[in-house]
Design a protein around this ligand. Sequence first.
Ligand code: ZN
Ligand code: ZN
Length: 316
Amino acid sequence: MNSTSDQATSIRRLHIPNIFWLSLAHALALVAVFHFSSSALWLCLGAVFVLSPLGINLGYHRLLTHRSLKTPKWLEYTLVTLGAALGGGPPLQWVAEHRLHHRYSDSVSDPHDAGRGFWYSHVGHLFFHKDFEDQQELWMSYIPDLSGDSYYRFLNRYWIAFAVLATVPLYFWGGFSYVLWIGFVRVVLMLHLTWFVNSASHLWGFESFKRPNGSKNCWWVGLLAAGEGWHNNHHAYPTSAAHGRRWWEVDSTYYMICVLERLGLAKNVQRPMKKITYLQSGTENSPLTSVFINPKPPLSVPVKAVSEIAVTSNVP
Ligand SMILES: [Zn+2]
Ligand SMILES: [Zn+2]
């Protein structure tokens, strides 16, 4: 395998590692019930509401995917590495998939098309394969700003090792119950909160902006997922660092960005929603898509089960 194809295969949409990881996490989260300790529970919840937003919402989503702010490179790497170590999945694949979601929201070309219902958009899509997922040039075209970064390619390939190794210190800190609760119950909660953004926030809630997709502002996802549930706002202004727009649209990820800005660690924090009035149409197809989106409609999308593709394709 030459280096070009090696690089390309590392950022196509792979299902098996993700399915393995989510299955392992759910199984061990069940075992955790028999190893309960209150300190493990509180630390688990602290990690869900502080560390996960830093790694996934801030690192993977607002910083890497949408470039809603600028940080020193060492901090960017730290946040994205935290996201990988928390079990958030391969970062380059995550970014490409999310940019694809913004481009084709709620259509057959959306990786987690909410038009196919709650369970499909929440988790079911991970168990199906679409032909466009094998179009490696397509995936590359969604991350032209990241695909040349050798550290991100490394992290994209070995993220699961980071996630497993991150549980080792937990064992020495608090024993097996810390591994289960802070390591794996936390992963399950984090995954489902992220998935609710793809499912609930495309099905239930209110719209502040007229969008051609089904994105909604879902208040309980907004609260639990550290601001990510104000998803209609986000689809209208994807590059905005703030997803909450009114004072009561609590967005703790944005508050973390404000703290970084105060500390001089974040610059160019994008705030386009500050200037707008209610029910404007938003700018989804300008700042994000003009830079990163493949202009060709790529896709014919026959859907096959992952088990079928694992047998019939050359997935490495
Ligand atoms: Zn969406
Ligand atoms: Zn987004």
